[in-house]
Write a protein that binds this ligand. Structure first.
Ligand SMILES: Nc1ncnc2c1ncn2[C@@H]1O[C@H](COP(=O)(O)OP(=O)(O)OP(=O)(O)O)[C@@H](O)[C@H]1O
Length: 636
């Protein structure tokens, strides 16, 4: 049995009382890190409006969403905290002219009524706590009992956000929970009981009608989109949309007739869904009629837990613009109401299985983003650094990126079913809620902007587009093609890589003095260069080669001289030695003696030869006739 509060709570104002910490809260296995003493109750923050601010629209870059542990401690300091647990005004001031909202994501749990008579392991405490026998106790901004009405939920989480909307803040409420747990019931309601969307719209028009002043005009626009199987559709722009409440049209015919919309980065809003229609509406009835048309186009189907289950995530965005007729200044703020598709275990039907896979994937992406934000990944002083937040992992997180990055006050209503067979899904939802509660944010109020500001912005953007277009054309001209087909992009990239490696190799070769210029890679690169550069490079190389030759020749000369010098040195060194000197002297004497002996021998030889000639002359008379004959003929 679910433990109910003895008396139905009065919802005339949100209950933000300080709840004493029960020991059970700390002993639970899954204890929420949200401690009342540190908790900032965002939507109860009384913020007054400065009418003098003229800054431009708040952009996600100027706001931030950070992990609460570091933020809440300062936000909930005694200076900033009022006696009822609310945050005091001075904790939300950044400087004299600009207002900022500071707090954690507001997280509430709504428990679906159960008809089961079986003993229930869940216990609901006084407005803020819920406990499970095995999983422990958890604490949130609100825990709505099974008998709470949509009006009570609206009073608790919707109305404070409408107040912020009129102060110029963007706000988002998203319903999260397993299939059949009551998300659509909460957001859209039934014929008998209005949901948060209708109640919010009523409140918006009530305030518009009460606040219309002579010099201001308030206008409202609405858009309605759906994310189905990771594709975005405009629910207000279906070519064959049907009015009425029956949304059980064949899914395939709906899908084929609707145009898928794309998301683009946008300098002004962070992210933009291109082509999403916005309809101007003037009354509650008109707005609700538009939403009902959108609902008729929404995809629904039967799951094991819900006969009419929403198979897509939907976001209704209501933009309120306040225009000062005298000075033409506009202030716009947007309330987004988001009904997420429900998480579920594997479904039986193939179509449901496919949808379920997309739904679970995007919810997982949302869970990861929330986890990272709660871990303080965006906090500059955190040890997590500025880690990557995977917003791009799904269309849902991409669309929610600006809101989760700090451009909106975020409120989550997590619906749970306490049925026994849903325990694991419910615990998962509670886990998600716990992490979301740990995400704190600083949201800046949208400021007034004039038509002149807008014109300037438009002109700036147009100029940027023109400049970028020019750059694209230049690049295309340089590449010699108007378009590089994606099929050739990969090989080109590969070739580019190879050339880069070769070039590096060549650079290394050129670093060495004795590079053989015939190196294959080197020649290949030179050949590929434009003719003019190739010629210059070749001339340079030839010059280097000739210098190299000169250096080599000079080197040889120097080496020879060095060798000679070394030899001389050896001889000179030897001559210094007395023994060697003695030896040399002896040798010189010997040489002298030998030369003298040789001279003597030569003289002796000459004497002998002369003696021989004399002897021959002495013998000549015996051959007289022969000598006469030789004298008469001239022959010897
Ligand atoms: N708080 C509630 N009080 C009464 N009935 C409820 C409540 N919550 C849900 N229901 C009923 O439970 C059924 C399922 O609810 P609902 O369609 O809102 O679930 P859901 O979470 O949107 O599911 P899905 O993710 O499958 O779309 C509906 O018949 C709805 O009327």
């Amino acid at each position: 049995m679910i433990h109910k509060s003895p008396t139905r709570r009065s919802m005339s104002r949100p209950s933000y009382q300080q709840v004493p910490q029960s020991p059970a809260i700390r002993s639970g296995k899954l204890v929420s890190s949200v401690k009342r003493k540190n908790s900032v109750t965002p939507l109860s923050t009384p913020i007054s409006v400065s009418s003098t601010s003229r800054n431009r629209h708040a952009s996600p870059t100027r706001s931030s969403m950070v992990s609460s542990p570091t933020r809440t401690s300062s936000a909930s300091s005694s200076r900033g905290k009022a006696s009822d647990g609310m945050v005091n005004l001075d904790s939300v001031w950044q400087n004299g002219t600009t207002q900022q909202y500071r707090g954690t994501i507001s997280v509430s749990i709504r428990v679906k009524p159960s008809e089961s008579r079986v003993k229930n392991p869940w216990k609901i405490g006084q407005n803020h706590t819920i406990a499970h026998e095995d999983h422990g106790e958890f604490e949130f901004d609100h825990v709505f009992h099974p008998d709470s009405s949509n009006s009570e939920v609206y009073e608790g989480i919707g109305k404070p956000l409408i107040d912020r909307l009129f102060e110029g803040y963007n706000g988002i409420i998203f319903a999260y929970g397993m299939t059949g747990s009551g998300k659509t019931y909460t957001m859209s309601g039934t014929a008998e009981e209005s949901g948060l969307i209708l109640l919010s719209v009523r409140q918006i028009y009530d305030r518009i009608n009460n606040e219309q002043q002579d010099n201001t005009s308030l206008s409202v626009k609405v858009s309605y989109l759906e994310i189905y199987n990771e594709k975005i559709y405009d629910l207000l722009n279906y070519p064959d949309h049907r009015t009425g409440t029956s949304a059980f049209a064949p899914r395939s015919s709906q899908a084929s007739s609707a145009a898928e919309l794309q998301i683009r980065d946008d300098s002004r809003n962070g992210v933009r869904v291109v082509g999403l229609t916005e309809q101007q509406v003037h009354t509650t009835e008109e707005l609700m009629k538009v939403i009902s048309v959108g609902n008729s186009n929404r995809r629904t189907g039967e799951t094991d837990y819900n006969a009419r289950s929403s198979r897509s995530h939907t976001i209704v965005s209501i933009t309120l613009t306040r225009t000062n007729i005298i000075d033409g200044l506009d202030t716009s703020s947007t309330l987004s109401l988001c009904d997420l598709a429900g998480s579920e275990k594997a479904a039986g039907q193939q179509e449901r299985r496919k949808e379920g896979a997309f739904i679970n994937k995007s919810l997982l992406a949302l869970g990861t983003v929330i986890s990272k934000l709660s871990a303080g990944c965006t906090h500059p002083n955190s040890h997590f650094g500025t880690s990557h937040i995977p917003y791009r992992d799904s269309k849902l997180t991409r669309i929610l990126q600006p809101a989760l990055s700090g451009d909106s006050i975020v409120t989550t209503i997590c619906t749970i079913d306490t049925k026994l067979d849903s325990v694991s899904e419910t615990v998962n939802t509670i886990r998600f809620a716990t992490r979301a509660k740990d995400v704190s944010m600083t949201v800046r109020r949208n400021e007034a902007e004039s038509n002149n500001d807008k014109d300037k912005l438009v002109n700036d953007l147009k100029r940027q587009i023109d400049e970028q277009q020019e750059i694209i054309w230049d690049l295309r001209r340089q590449s010699g093609t108007n378009d590089i087909p994606t099929t050739t992009a990969h090989p080109l990239r590969h070739e580019n890589e190879t050339l880069k490696t070769k070039l590096q190799h060549c650079e290394r070769l050129l670093d060495k003095d004795d590079t053989p210029v015939q190196d294959e890679s080197f020649l290949e690169i030179v050949e590929m260069l434009p003719a003019a550069i190739g010629a210059v490079l070749e001339t340079k190389i030839q010059g280097l080669e000739s210098k190299l030759r000169e250096h080599r020749a000079y080197n040889t000369l120097l080496e020879r001289k060095l060798k000679e010098a070394e030899q001389r040195l050896v001889v000179e060194e030897a001559e210094e030695d007395p023994m060697v000197r003695e030896l040399l002297k002896e040798q010189e004497d010997e040489i002298f003696e030998l030369r003298r002996a040789l001279t003597r021998k030569n003289k002796m030889l000459e004497a002998l030869q002369s003696a021989k000639r004399l002897r021959e002359g002495a013998l000549r008379p015996l051959n007289y006739e022969n000598r006469n004959f030789e004298a008469s003929t001239g022959r010897k």
